[in-house]
Structures are given as C-alpha cells and as structure tokens.
Design a protein around this ligand. Structure first.
Ligand SMILES: Cc1ncc(COP(=O)(O)O)c(C=O)c1O
Length: 414
C-alpha cells in the first residue's frame, strides 16, 4: 500500500502518534504546503486574463485556512451570514465575496446588502424580493442550464431534479423584474454539481452559460461554477483531474467569447473541494475489534458526527493504518469494516475494506478529509467536535481550532 502521507511528508516534523498524544483523538490535521499548492494550481489554471477563483468556503471554513487561501489571492463565495462573518474575519473584503443564496429570508437579504456584498438569487420570487428591498441595486442571477453533474444524486445542483437556479426559459421574466426595479444584472452564475474528473463536461456547461450571457449585454462577470474533483482512490492509482489541457481549452473558449461579446468580462470559478480536500487528514483511534457473524469490525472514535461523507454519500476515503507503538513489521492484510462510535448502524467509514492488520490502540488516518469534513461535523449523540491543527511550511504543528468541551454543549442555554 502506498502511503500518501509519507510521499507528501504530510505530518512534517511530527508523527500521527505524537499528534494524537499532543492534541487528543480524533483530530483534523491540515498541511499548509498542499493547501497552497492547490490554490496555485487553480489560480494559474487558465490564461484568460480577467480570471478569479472564488473559494467555496462551505467545504472548509476554518479561519486559519481561510487566511492562507486569501493570501494566495483567492476570493470567495458564501451561502450564509455565518460564512460571511468568518470570511470577513479572515480578511476577505466584501467586494471579494459573492453571496450565492438559496431560499433566504428578507432579514438575510438585508444582512448581505448592509455588508456591501453582491447577492446572487436563484428564483424569480427572490429577485422580486430583492428588488423591493434594494431598488436600483446590483444583483447576480444563478441560472440552471438544464443539466447537472455530480458523484451522488444529492450533489447534482443543476438540471431537472434540483431546487437550484432559474431555468433558462425564465430569462424574459428575469429581465422584466430587473427593469421593474431598475436592477443592474452584474453577473450570471451556475454550478452544475460536485466532483467532475474530466474537464469536457465542465466546458460544455460553461459554453452554455456563455451563450446565455450573450443576451445580457452589460455583464461584469460570469461565474461558471465549481465541482473540480480530486482522486479519492489514490491507493488504486486513480488519475488526477487533468488541468493543463482542460485549462487550455477553457482559455481558448473564454477568449473567443470575450472578443465577440465586445466588453471585458471577468470569469470566475467557485471550487471548494479541490482547494482543501487533499490538505486534510482525519486521525482517529482504534478502540475495539470484534467479529460479528461474517464481518470483522474495527471500532474507532470516527463517527459520522466527525466525518459525514461516507454515511451521506457512500463516499470512499483511502485509509492508512499507523501501528501504535510504531512498527515496521509487514502485516498481512485483512478485509474489515471500519465503524465509528455513534448509535446508528449506518455509522460506517469503510465497508469491507482490505487493510493492513489492525490492532486495538492503532491510529487510523482517513485521507482527503479536508473538504466537507469538519464543516459537516456535528454534535450528534452530544459528541464533541475534534481539534484542528496545521502543519506549517516548516513542518511545525499549530492548533488552529481547539477541541470542543462539555461546556461548549451548554453555551446556547446560558
Ligand atoms: C453553489 C455552489 N458552488 C460551489 C460549490 C463547491 O463545490 P465543490 O466543492 O465540489 O467544488 C458548491 C457545493 O456544494 C455549491 O453548492
């Protein structure tokens, strides 16, 4: 088995054992160098001159990571006042944030307007509501181009079976409402869905949006969406998303379109996962091993309160086993089911996975857990969210969010 963390010197000057000893288990560990590398890959992805990467901070909104992402020159998209709050604290300017809304209240709209952040609406009714609240204001529109993509039905965010976006047949209505309230449509955006591994489908979607953009002559930007995938099955040599040819093709299309459009238009993308997934590993501890009928269960402290993706989407995460105490002995592999400590039978991280022999006391590493890991964690079963630490460019560890305490569970009752 190839160990991703060894190849990347993921833990810097430390070891998983040392980290757990120092910060407790479970623990989210992030590697700064990988984070910066992913940011750079996407900021230099196309040669189209007016190009911006908006980091979709729903993937991970840890303050320290956001600061690094901002330093790397990314802007952001947000979907809630909570995300805006943290983005502003991390140093993002209101002009660097696009608020991509869905079913928001009048109060939430007022919050966004008051902060000077551009709002994108995704229904005619919300466009009307915005017009009433902020006549003469600037607005963006989230369109649904009619088809979507994604690794699971729940993350396909365009097409017929989703709540998102305004259908293209409603474009005349969009224009009518904008005229009625004297709104300036600054930009169009779309997001087809999450996790594509071939650029062509994304280019097809972008092309569709650009065609629609032709009928809006005064745009400042088009945002062609996120969804850039990462290889979750590295141990099986899954190839990466090929960015060079993809970027070249996209640049060519954008440049040609901008010439025909006749005005300088900014082009944005809104990736989340690609930026943060691979810089994060979730460490946990093996507390129990048992055989139940034909299944060998590895019982850990990694319940779906800590990492929800396997339970929610049947997602695969590669797993590394760190013997505790460390050993260089080669152990035979065994097929096991790795589970957490939550009171539900679906609390499974990996089903019937072939792993090096695991013993109680070993440490387990869940790879590529930086996106939709901590941000989807919860207090279900009144369990506490783990700490998050950063391995910096010098290989040193730094606590970037403390572990919750029992007192944190009582905060809202005070
Ligand atoms: C509107 C929008 N933009 C961007 C993203 C980021 O997607 P990904 O993390 O797959 O790049 C999402 C994810 O749900 C989204 O809903």
């Amino acid at each position: 088995m190839n160990y991703y963390t060894k190849e990347t010197n993921f833990y810097g000057n430390l070891s998983p054992e040392k980290l757990i000893e120092r910060y407790g288990s479970p623990l989210y560990v992030y590697n700064e160098s990988i984070l910066r590398e992913r940011c750079k890959e996407l900021t230099s992805f196309v040669s189209y001159p007016d190009f911006k990467v908006n980091y979709s901070c729903k993937a991970n909104s840890n303050l320290s990571l956001l600061k690094i992402i901002h330093q790397e020159g990314l802007h952001a998209d947000a979907i809630s006042p909570g995300e805006v709050h943290v983005l502003l604290k991390a140093g993002f300017k209101p002009k660097e944030i696009l608020y991509i809304s869905n079913n928001i209240s009048k109060e939430e709209m007022e919050y966004v307007i008051a902060h000077g952040i551009l709002l994108s609406v995704d229904s005619l009714s919300q466009l009307e509501q915005y017009g009433r609240l902020n006549p003469g204001g600037n607005i963006a529109i989230r369109l649904n181009p009619g088809f979507g993509i994604g690794h699971h039905k729940n993350v396909i965010t365009a097409g017929e079976n989703t709540k998102f976006g305004i259908g293209l047949e409603n474009i005349p209505h969009i224009k009518q409402i904008a005229k009625k309230f004297n709104l300036k449509i600054m930009g169009l955006n779309q997001h087809l869905g999450s996790l594509f591994m071939k650029g062509d489908i994304f280019i097809e979607g972008a092309n569709l949006l650009l065609k629609v953009a032709d009928s809006f002559p005064h745009l400042d930007f088009v945002d062609i969406g996120g969804g850039f995938g990462i290889p979750y099955q590295k141990q099986d040599n899954e190839p990466r998303l090929e960015l060079i040819e993809f970027g070249n093709k996209l640049s060519e299309m954008l440049t040609k379109w901008a010439q025909d459009y006749g005005k300088n238009v900014k082009v944005m993308i809104e990736p989340g996962r690609y930026i943060v997934a691979e810089c994060g590993v979730l460490l946990g501890s093996v507390h129990n091993i048992k055989q139940n009928h034909s299944t060998r269960y590895i019982g850990t402290d990694l319940g779906f309160n800590v990492l929800a993706r396997p339970m929610l989407y049947d997602s695969h995460h590669d797993i590394e086993i760190y013997k505790n105490p460390p050993s260089c002995k080669f152990d035979p592999h065994e097929k096991v089911t790795v589970v957490g400590n939550i009171c539900e039978s679906g609390d499974i991280i990996a089903k019937e996975r072939l792993l090096p022999k695991v013993d109680e006391g070993d440490i387990i590493g869940i790879m590529d857990a930086g996106a939709y890991g901590y941000s989807m964690s919860s207090n279900y079963n009144n369990r506490l969210r783990p700490a998050e630490i950063l391995i910096d460019l010098e290989g040193k560890d730094r606590l970037i969010r403390r572990r919750e305490t029992l007192e944190d569970l009582m905060n809202c009752f005070n």
